[in-house]
Ligand binder design. Structure first.
Ligand code: AKG
Length: 275
């Protein structure tokens, strides 16, 4: 394996708003991430049954037995998640995609499985200024099939005007086309936060687990009023572990997540019926 993000990937990303990096994670790391994810999910379920509810975990409200849909602040769960985030080759590639120094914003695990209402409607991850580059990086730990619950995107929509309701209407009218982006364990899909995307509910047995990281350009971070200087400094300190080829200890991770931040919400289409 090698994480080789070249100019073709960067061009594909700029033109289409997403790019797939096939088999870019080492097999041993993928296996370790799969094991750590399974343990993290099991722990979240036992906590749920013991009445211990964390604000960083989303459970599926309509599945029986209950299941876990999303786990935030993932670096708390196991050092291997920091290892995945802090791979120097990956970070260099992401810097090439963003075109300037980068800042990691959050770390979460998405789990899609049958029985949950796991459909994710069309949305942007957030709204950004035209000049900013902000990317969502999905590390796939399971197969993601077009016939199932793969990521669905409207190529080039990150450069189009119009909101999410507009994209939904254009898709329904057949004037825009969406595609499913399949992935295998160890693949990485990078998308622009303003690429319109969705995914269907999973119907088949098994899970599709994806680790999500977000990265923003340093110039964006420095002008974003939501982010305190202490928060930015700690995030930059986190990145420095990559150059020392080590991962932060649990004390550092606790300090990192203790600094609160209120990141922008996703944009969906809400339609109100007239009474
Ligand atoms: O992986 C997916 O199905 C999409 C996830 C997504 O868009 C999100 O979590 O906002």
């Amino acid at each position: 394996m090698s994480i080789n993000i070249d100019e073709h990937h960067v061009r594909h990303f700029r033109e289409n708003g997403f790019v797939v990096l096939k088999g870019c994670l080492p097999e041993a790391l993928v296996k370790a991430l799969q094991t750590a994810s399974a343990c993290t999910i099991d722990r979240a379920l036992s906590d749920y049954h013991a009445g211990i509810i964390s604000s960083q975990i989303a459970y599926s409200s309509n599945s029986n037995p209950p299941s876990v849909f999303r786990i935030n602040q993932l670096l708390h769960s196991d050092p291997v998640f920091s290892q995945a985030l802090l791979q120097p080759e990956l970070l260099n590639g992401l810097k090439a995609v963003i075109g300037e120094p980068i800042v990691p914003m959050y770390e979460s695990l998405l789990i899609k499985e049958a029985g949950q209402n796991s459909e994710i409607g069309w949305h942007w991850d957030m709204k950004r200024e035209q000049s900013d580059v902000i990317i969502t990086v999905g590390i796939y730990l399971d197969h993601s099939d077009a016939s199932q619950d793969a990521l669905c995107v409207i190529p080039g929509s990150h450069k189009m005007s119009g909101d999410i309701c507009y994209f939904e209407d254009e898709l329904a009218a057949g004037r825009l086309k969406a595609i499913e982006v399949e992935a295998q364990p160890g693949d990485v899909i990078i998308h622009d936060v303003m690429l319109a995307h969705s995914s269907k509910a999973r119907k088949e047995a098994g899970q599709r687990k994806t680790i999500y990281f977000e990265f923003r350009s340093l110039s964006h971070v420095n002008k974003n009023p939501r982010l305190s200087q202490a928060w930015i400094d700690k995030r930059i300190e986190l990145l420095e572990y990559a150059s020392h080829d080590t991962v932060p200890d649990s004390q550092f991770i606790s300090e990192l997540y203790a600094l609160s931040v209120n990141l922008e919400a996703g944009h969906y289409c809400f339609r109100f019926e007239q009474i």
